[in-house]
Design a protein around this ligand. Structure first.
Ligand code: HEM
Length: 501
């Protein structure tokens, strides 16, 4: 019998023991209540006190014994049932069986669930399973296997003063996204923009409740108020999107030519017009609805903002913590670039690109990857994964795997360079580096995201020296607050010094 099956049996044995323990506690509670009620009943019928206590002790001991016997009879049945369930599912990858209804949910630290999944992968191998609630999750920590798997279509899937860079970053990156999506930018104090930002941040917090309700459906009753608020937030955001879409519609002249700014909304409306010219009744024409466009815009904005802003936040923290690297990057910029850095300078600044990659390896924006679901039973390296399972491409474990990286715990941007020693360096592609995932549903914003990060950091480094305030120098890079979906650092402040040399 394979080792992991034996260990599953052992585990299910432990779970049966816990079952007996829980059963006994329930018995004791039930008995205490039962005895109290029985004694109260007899007392009201006028029975003498001494008799009452003797009878109470007798009844409770007898009932306790009876219940223990029932428990002892049930435990092997439960064990047999769980063993059969396990054997029936033997084609699944190894992993803990978990408790009924909640699975392994209570073993997970909500601050850093990726740590729990990494430990599972270390114990059970590169493909393993875990039940969260009653949902089956398959954790995959091998980029090669993910590449094969996701190629299939069966998945959906201030100088001197310390300041926080959070708001300026949200504003800058948010407006870069607004520009490509809507062809417009919002001033920082625009109330509509502020309201959308608030709704989005609130929505990210409420996402946790939506995720929990997906795992244990009855929780949706408890979180109903918050989930309604979440849905209301989406509705309000879409009404602002609709306002902008209506503005873009006015950018068409009477001949149907578009004269507005180049953006996603404009392109969508043009495609809609072309489809309607061909056949107004076709399914394609109907698919270009305003509702579809609102969801599309929301998806692009939502997927682009936190991933990019958090990556830049981590990069700035590493620049603060590695002053020598910061100075080297600045020297590189000073000797190679003009006064404003554009994408044309990208190939000159390979050190900066390698630095960004190494930060993304150490602190992946989405440490648990973006899960995909199986739409039918699929074969995964000899395991049979049923329809409806969730595949977790666990970047956190891949990025810290000694088989893929030389001393993965060390921050070393040079690992992304072809030749660290020579002055002319080139980026070295690494097949195990998959921050944007792989396959058909790979991130559509990869290039744009990397360009935004590069442009922001290069121009920032050219103008400022950045450091943590003296009293915050013990900042711990390994603390992760409120994990929802993206990995963001504990809020921090920085001191900026303008570069004058
Ligand atoms: C550092 C920046 C970013 C990282 C690390 C990142 C990472 C990812 C990952 C891991 C996925 C899941 C792919 C899959 O399901 O296999 C994804 C999907 C996606 N990303 Fe990004 N992303 C980044 C920036 C962006 C930006 C800037 C945009 C928009 C302009 C964007 C738009 C999207 C969209 C729309 C999807 C869903 C694609 C689909 O399901 O077909 N991302 N991203």
């Amino acid at each position: 019998m394979p080792l992991e099956i034996l260990s599953e049996y052992r585990r299910s044995g432990f779970e049966v023991l816990s079952f007996i323990r829980i059963f006994h506690w329930l018995c004791i509670t039930f008995l205490s209540i039962f005895t109290l009620f029985a004694l109260h009943g007899l007392e009201t019928q006028g029975a003498p006190k001494d008799d009452l206590w003797a009878m109470g002790i007798f009844y409770s001991s007898a009932a306790f014994l009876a219940m223990t016997l029932v428990g002892a009879f049930c435990a092997p049945l439960v064990w047999l049932w769980r063993r059969n369930k396990y054997l029936a599912a033997q084609t699944l990858p190894p992993g803990p069986i978990g408790y009924p209804i909640v699975g392994s949910l209570f073993h997970v630290d909500p601050q850093k669930p990726f740590d729990f999944f990494q430990a599972l992968a270390q114990e059970h191998g590169r493909i393993c399973k875990v039940y969260m609630g009653s949902k089956l999750f398959i954790i995959v920590t091998d980029p090669g296997i993910l590449r094969k798997l996701f190629a299939k279509t069966d998945f959906y899937l201030c100088e001197g003063e310390s300041i926080s860079l959070d708001t300026p970053l949200q504003q800058t990156i948010g407006n870069m996204l607004n520009d490509i999506i809507f062809g417009q930018q919002y001033p920082p104090d625009d109330p509509k923009w502020q309201r959308i930002q608030f709704l989005r941040e609130n929505g990210v917090k409420q996402l946790k409740m939506a995720q929990a309700s997906n795992l244990i459906p009855f929780l949706s009753l408890i979180f109903r108020g918050k989930l309604n608020e979440f849905a209301q937030g989406i509705k309000e955001t879409h009404s602002e999107y609709q306002r902008v879409i209506d503005v873009r519609k006015k950018d068409f002249d009477s001949a149907g030519d578009y004269h507005g700014p180049k953006c996603l909304v404009g392109e969508f409306l043009k495609a809609k017009r072309n489809a309607q010219m061909k056949d107004p009744q076709s399914a394609e024409s109907h698919s270009f609805s305003d509702k579809q466009l609102c969801y599309l815009a929301g998806d692009i904005f939502g997927a682009g903002i936190d991933t990019t802003v958090n990556t830049i936040q981590w990069c700035i923290l590493y620049l603060c913590k590695r002053q020598l690297i910061q100075q080297e990057l600045y020297n590189d910029i000073k000797t190679r670039c003009g006064s404003i850095i554009t994408l044309h300078d990208k190939h000159q600044l390979v050190h900066l690109q390698a630095f960004i990659f190494e930060v993304m390896r150490m602190k992946p924006a989405v440490p648990m990857g973006v899960p995909h679901g199986t739409t039918r039973t699929v074969d995964l390296e000899g395991y049979t994964i049923p329809k409806g399972a969730t595949i977790i491409p666990l970047q956190w474990a891949i990025n810290g795997d000694e088989e893929f990286w030389d001393v993965p715990t060390v921050f070393d941007p040079k690992r992304f360079l072809v030749s660290p020693e020579e002055s002319e360096k080139e980026l070295r592609p690494n097949p195990h580096f998959i921050p944007f995932q792989v396959g058909k549903r790979r991130c559509v914003g990869e290039e744009f995201g990397l360009d935004m990060i590069f442009l922001f950091l290069a121009n920032f480094l050219q103008r400022f020296r950045v450091q943590l305030p003296r009293d915050d120098d013990n900042y711990d890079l390994n603390c992760y607050p409120d994990f929802a979906f993206t990995l963001h650092p504990v809020p921090y402040r920085v001191e900026l010094t303008a570069r004058r040399d």
